[in-house]
Design a protein around this ligand. Sequence first.
Ligand SMILES: [Zn+2]
Length: 272
Amino acid sequence: MKYDNQEVVHKKIGDIQYLQFRALLKYKDNLQHCFTFRHGGVSSDKYNSLNLGLNTGDNIQNVKQNYISVCNIMNFNYDNLFRGIQTHSDKLIFVTKENCGSVLKDIDIECDGSITNIANIPLVTNSADCMTVLIYDNTNKYIASIHSGWQGVINGIVVKAINKLINEFNCSSKNLIVCICPSICKNCFEVMNDVKEKFESKFRYNDIIIKKDDTHYLIDLQLILKNEILSTGVLDENIHFSGICNKCNVEDFYSFRNDKVTGRMGCFIMLK
Ligand SMILES: [Zn+2]
């Protein structure tokens, strides 16, 4: 289909479309995952139609119905979904049978990253420009799902999650597979001097900031994140970018920068 490339497969069941990473499909006996498009749901107007963001101003019952539809086609247990309230923080949560179920029970747990080694708990991350980063260790059977926009790149939440897997859960960096879902590309992420200076003072990598005109700059968030992930010891061959920009493709994906009032995609990952 349209978005198939060497990293991801584009699939459709009924009216619902989703992407899966080829690197994770190798482990499909142990793992289920998907990244949704904006099609095939019941939300209307600006949220048309598979909005999975619960805090976007959309009708909550429609959003919950969208979750149920995704759970049905992907065999996720709706009762066990874990979805944190994302605030662009660096806060990580370890998810168990006790604190999962946040979508069903309307439990507000603030975090931008979740980790578990327990089966049948789908970790959900929402995005609409920001990067969703999936991490999998097939040896120790851990999964993580991280929300990282530009603020998450600055506060280092992905590196923090990788280091937590290594230091607290005995994962080896060599075993970690890291997949980065569709997010805003370097041509679409335009900032002014205030944000540019934050990146300049924190990161020294080549080619991450391009001057567009006297007051505007383009920042390559994906390249910065790739360098940051490599610094943890994760192997280059185990880092997978979808190669897809949601903002360049707003007919198929939500983009906050493009529309302001809009829906959110959902990324799901679950150990079987
Ligand atoms: Zn783009």
